[in-house]
Ligand binder design. Structure first.
Ligand code: GCO
Ligand code: MG
Length: 404
């Protein structure tokens, strides 16, 4: 079998998605997600200008060899653009291989290690009463665990807190130029423990509660927050510091037993090396889409497993249903699965990317279709062209740029 066509499809059914579609001489097709939120077109160029021509004529069964040649052959390794492009190729090849075998991808990864995949959903509120309503809504949808993000008194916008329009519909936090938001770490640190207290008072001790600090704290601030949250037994504190400085997590770890989750912005196993071998974290959070695909993410999970660290694949709306499908197959197969983030997609996005995976009673299952189980409706995709959109930028009250 040979690859005869490699095509990149950019579509924006409400938000931008980049998809690689490979076609073989036997008529099999494979899809891979290459969406890098806010920098989509850089990955499109990487794929169309530099990768697609190299794929024509290759045997799609050679997944490992193709991965190694794209990673090592570029000489300039790592980074989100490169690794998103390689991820798309890797997943498309796995999709083809599984279709050729007539099996859902998880069977090729060792088969199911569990019956279904536990998820967490997002509860957001501009204030605590609104957050409590949002937790109630997620529980009504069946989510077994909830990430809680609340507005902070004195701050206009806070990560994870969705603005709503007059009708109550969510307003997407993506703008043609980066929106400027404000930030005050002291106000945040004062408020978050009270948020946890209110949610525990309303929903009891058993509900797993997560929180995302979105890389905004220094190590000592993160240590403070971890300690302050201990009485409320969070499931995890996510991205408490900008974790590319792996040493920062040593200080946090020494100071608190609050479990730590890290890695949605990481691209390779090297970003995790000290975090895993020194057991500084509890969950690895990379997405298939930003980590070079199923091949390296499987290796990361196996490495993490030796240190009792578990998987928690990144699953916001900016991972397309193609990236989500690949994640769900991997989740079902790996032994050290922890939890899967899941926000779902709009009905229009689900129509562009028809998928076999299902979400029932707060749990995902990849389904039994051969491959990853996603079909791209190219006509519908073309009807929703790319629209420039950026993530916000954060500034302190004196105007200094802060991590968003
Ligand atoms: C999460 C993340 C996302 C990111 C987003 C950026 O935990 O789901 O923090 O919401 O902000 O992926 O594009
Ligand atoms: Mg996050």
């Amino acid at each position: 079998m040979k690859i005869v066509d490699a095509k990149v499809v950019v579509t924006s059914p409400g938000r931008n998605f980049v998809t690689l579609k490979l076609t073989t001489d036997e008529g099999l097709t494979g899809l891979g997600d290459a969406t890098l939120n806010g920098r989509e077109l850089a990955v499109v160029s990487y794929l169309t200008d530099h990768v697609a021509p190299l794929l024509i004529g290759l045997d799609p069964h050679r997944v490992e060899d193709t991965w190694q040649s794209l990673y090592r052959g570029a000489y300039w390794r790592r980074g989100p653009v490169t690794m998103a492009a390689i991820a798309a190729v890797d997943v498309a090849l796995w999709d083809i291989k599984a279709k050729a075998a007539g099996l859902p991808l998880y069977q090729l990864l060792g088969g199911a290690s569990r019956e279904r995949i536990g998820t967490y959903g997002h509860a957001n509120g501009r204030d605590v009463p609104e957050l409590l309503d949002s937790v109630r809504a997620r529980l009504a949808e069946g989510y077994p665990a909830v990430r809680i993000q609340s507005g902070i008194p004195g701050l206009k916008a806070v990560y994870g807190v969705t603005d709503t329009d007059d009708t109550g519909a969510a307003v997407l936090h993506q703008q043609a130029r980066p929106l400027v938001e404000d930030w005050d770490t002291a106000a945040y640190l004062r408020h978050v423990p009270a948020v946890f207290e209110a949610v525990r008072a309303e929903f009891g001790a058993e509900l797993p509660l997560l929180h995302d600090a979105h890389h905004r704290l220094t190590p000592i601030q993160a240590a403070r927050l971890g300690k302050d949250l201990e009485p409320y037994r969070p499931f995890w504190l996510e991205d408490c510091t900008p974790a590319e400085n792996q040493e920062a997590l040593r200080l946090v770890r020494r100071s608190t037993t609050t479990p730590l989750a890290v890695g949605e912005v990481f691209n390779t196993v090297y970003d995790y090396q000290a975090l895993i071998t020194e057991q500084l974290i509890d969950y690895v959070r990379s997405a298939v889409t930003h980590f070079g695909g199923v091949t390296p993410l499987r290796k990361l999970f196996d490495f993490a497993a030796q240190y009792q660290i578990r998987s928690a694949i990144h699953g916001p709306e900016d991972i397309s249903p193609v990236g989500m499908a690949a994640a769900v197959h991997l989740d079902l197969a790996v032994h050290n699965f922890g939890i899967q983030e899941y926000s779902g997609h709009s009905p229009l996005t689900d129509a562009v990317f028809r998928h076999a995976y299902t979400f029932t009673d707060g749990h995902l299952h990849p389904g039994e279709e051969p491959g990853i189980g996603v079909e791209l409706d190219e006509e519908l995709a073309a009807a929703h062209p790319y629209a420039a959109a950026y993530l916000p930028v954060n500034r302190l009250h004196d105007g200094t740029v802060h991590d968003w």
